[in-house]
Design a protein around this ligand. Structure first.
Ligand SMILES: C[S@@+](CC[C@H](N)C(=O)[O-])C[C@H]1O[C@@H](n2cnc3c(N)ncnc32)[C@H](O)[C@@H]1O
Ligand code: SF4
Length: 440
């Protein structure tokens, strides 16, 4: 799966290479390729309005073969170097964050709680340096979230958690190389529910090799029965740069065909609706009135930690992936590896893309974000017209809504974007701590 790309995937990639420049021209407003270059003079965030924060904890006990994220096998000494450096990075930003409303903090990984005491120290430090933080969300691994851990997170103000259940089939969990079984994962969901978090999200991987729609339906029903308020369903991305899969038997298997993937998504939507959940993003469903757990809903955000990215409107940038390089840069200078200056149109396109992912692009929010003289219809209407004609999106009184059919295609597009942009960027950042220019 993660090794040589499959025939279907190759076709999709070839298709992507044909239409990708056209989509880029329509949305971003330029034909040229996007470039990220080594950082010079990246401004600090000032006067941006509400900011999101992201903290990346790049350590896990065992590395899952399919995982594309920047993560390393946990060792106490490496964690200590990381902890010193991340606290230094927070301190560099602190003067610019003081007084800025912080809408949320998202803690991702890796396995953020792999060293719970370390995480608690970092969070205390962060909270002492910035003002009050809105929602605090943490990604959790079912094997690293006992009652003591959950209580410590609650005490620090964490109100939303997302649990990597991935599957409720022991055979499948073993096959993809997870260290937990289905019982542990479902118990973890129940435990988080009983601790009173505002939102408990469960991640499930779908379109796994050999997975049938029937098995998938059982996964969805079981995590909802265990009490998840929100369900996020990720197609297993196959990152060509990741050579981990090649060494595993995952290399010899293929994703189910497109029609099964479509059936699985339709089934998810049906089951979720029957249970009173509604679709809140291309691959997530939530029960009202719970707040959506999402890593992508913030427009401007600052990321701390190796590989964390930041988006400050005028610039999008990404930290070095290498823990040693990250630790050596700090506390003297920011560990930014690559940066991309963003024009106003590109910044708007970035916002529109993520709103489309959340299924609704609001006129009023667009004007609130970019100025009252800016019109979504005037700027993006011509690009949206063919999508409306194809039944993928609808004009409503207050904006544009993505249809059920549109959600399916964004799902597929997201996979291709992941392959063509993120894969390339992350692949280069993993092979060199300070890469030269990356053309996307
Ligand atoms: C950082 S992990 C979650 C926390 C914890 N490390 C764990 O594995 O349970 C975030 C989520 O990314 C998703 N994920 C990981 N690798 C993926 C891949 N190759 N394709 C799609 N989703 C993936 C999984 O659903 C996973 O729960
Ligand atoms: S999926 Fe989670 S536990 Fe597995 S390697 Fe990735 S971050 Fe670590």
């Amino acid at each position: 799966m993660l090794g040589p790309v499959s025939g279907g995937m190759m076709g999709a990639m070839l298709g992507a290479s044909l239409w990708e420049p056209i989509v880029r021209r329509a949305i971003v407003g330029r034909w040229g390729r996007l470039k990220m270059a080594p950082a010079i003079d990246v401004p600090f965030p000032v006067n941006l309005g509400p900011l999101g924060l992201y903290l990346h904890v790049p350590f896990c006990r065992k590395l899952c073969p399919y995982c594309p994220y920047n993560r390393f096998v946990y060792s106490q000494s490496l964690f200590e170097a990381y902890e010193r450096a991340v606290c230094g990075e927070i301190e560099l930003y602190a003067p610019y964050l003081n007084g800025t409303p912080i809408s949320s903090l998202y803690i991702g990984g890796g396995t953020p709680t792999v060293d719970l005491a370390g995480l608690v120290r970092i969070l205390r430090r962060l909270k002492s340096q910035v003002g009050p933080i809105g929602d605090i969300c943490v990604e959790l691994h079912p094997g690293f979230m006992d009652t003591h851990c959950l209580a410590a997170l609650r005490e620090l103000g964490v109100n939303m958690v997302s649990i990597g259940v991935e599957s409720t089939s022991d055979r499948m969990l073993q096959f993809i190389g997870r260290t937990h079984n289905a019982q542990t994962a479902l118990d973890a969901v129940r435990r988080a529910r009983s601790q009173g978090f505002e939102t408990v999200n469960a991640d499930l991987l779908f379109a796994l090799p050999t997975q049938t729609p029937r098995q998938w339906r059982a996964d969805v029903v079981r995590v909802l029965d265990a009490g998840a308020h929100q369900l996020s369903t990720y197609p297993l991305f196959s990152f060509p740069y990741s050579d981990f899969g090649r060494r595993q038997r995952l290399a010899r298997v293929r994703q189910p065909p497109a029609r099964s993937i479509r059936a699985m998504l339709d089934d998810t939507d049906g089951i979720a609706r029957q249970r009173g959940l509604h679709r809140c993003a291309v691959w997530s469903w939530i029960e009202a009135p719970h707040k959506k757990f999402s890593s992508v809903s913030r427009h401007h955000y600052i990321g701390f930690g190796p590989s964390a990215s930041s988006m400050i409107g005028s610039h999008f940038y990404v930290n070095t992936f290498d823990v040693d390089a990250y630790a050596s840069a700090l506390p003297g200078r920011r560990p930014i590896a690559l940066v991309m200056p963003m024009g106003r149109r590109m910044e708007m396109a970035y916002w529109v893309y993520w709103r489309a992912y959340e299924l609704f692009i609001s006129d009023a929010e667009f004007r609130g974000m970019f100025g009252t003289n800016q019109s979504l219809v005037r700027l993006f209407g011509p690009s949206f017209a063919p999508l409306q004609a194809a039944g993928l999106m609808k004009r409503t009184r207050d904006g544009y809504r993505i249809t059920h059919r549109g959600a399916y295609w964004i799902h597929r597009l997201q996979n291709l974007c992941t392959l063509s942009y993120i894969d390339h960027l992350w692949g280069r950042c993993r092979s060199s701590a300070w890469p030269q220019e990356v053309v996307l």
